[in-house]
Design a binder for this molecule. Structure first.
Ligand code: HEC
Length: 152
């Protein structure tokens, strides 16, 4: 019974475009869609904190902590979607992403480190350090977008 359920679940999953161990061979179009989806959610949970970070909306420590936690996980997701095979697919990623992969990775690492500090700040409960860490993280988003993303 369990086995049958598992088999049914797997064939369903495969029907949706996934198969075990196939992530490495995912279609370039799929990788682009997935990395953009991760970035879209990063934008949702990070940029929406802007008004609170700037003092334009009442500060809510719980929302900062929740969103920072989401961001920490989401920010690990886009990078393996920038494979050389995706360079031919239309997207907002500039050719520099593939030409200067080391610099792109450094920008991604910088963002992840900053997000780690942001998460730590939200756990400290100190509003000023949360806002500083928010600003520092924002700089890492912008730094990479400036060099690697087509102007919007
Ligand atoms: C290492 C580089 C890098 C970093 C760091 C980075 N981004 Fe991006 N981001 C990109 C690239 C490249 C694209 C375009 C991707 C594409 O079109 O395939 C993008 C696209 C986006 C998009 C548009 C997604 C879409 O297609 O609709 C949003 C929103 C976004 N990023 C938010 C963020 C936020 C928020 C941060 C910081 C917390 C961040 N990004 C950090 C490189 C980066």
């Amino acid at each position: 019974m369990r086995k049958q359920l598992l088999a049914a679940g797997l064939s369903l999953a495969i029907g949706m475009g996934y198969s075990l161990g196939a992530f490495a061979q995912a279609k370039p179009e799929t990788l682009v869609k997935q990395r953009q989806s991760a970035m879209t959610l990063m934008g949702k949970y990070f940029f929406s904190l802007g008004p609170m970070a700037q003092g334009k909306a009442p500060y809510d420590a719980a929302i900062f902590a929740r969103n920072a936690g989401y961001l920490e996980v989401l920010s690990k997701m886009p990078w393996d979607g920038f494979t050389p095979a995706t360079a031919e697919i239309k997207s907002a990623a500039l050719p520099e992403v593939y030409k200067d992969a080391a610099k792109f990775k450094a920008a991604a690492d910088a963002a992840e480190i900053s997000i780690g500090k942001f998460v730590a700040a939200t756990k400290s409960g100190n509003e000023a350090s949360v806002k500083t860490a928010f600003g520092d993280t924002l700089k890492t988003c912008i730094a990479c977008h400036d060099g690697f993303r087509a102007k919007q």
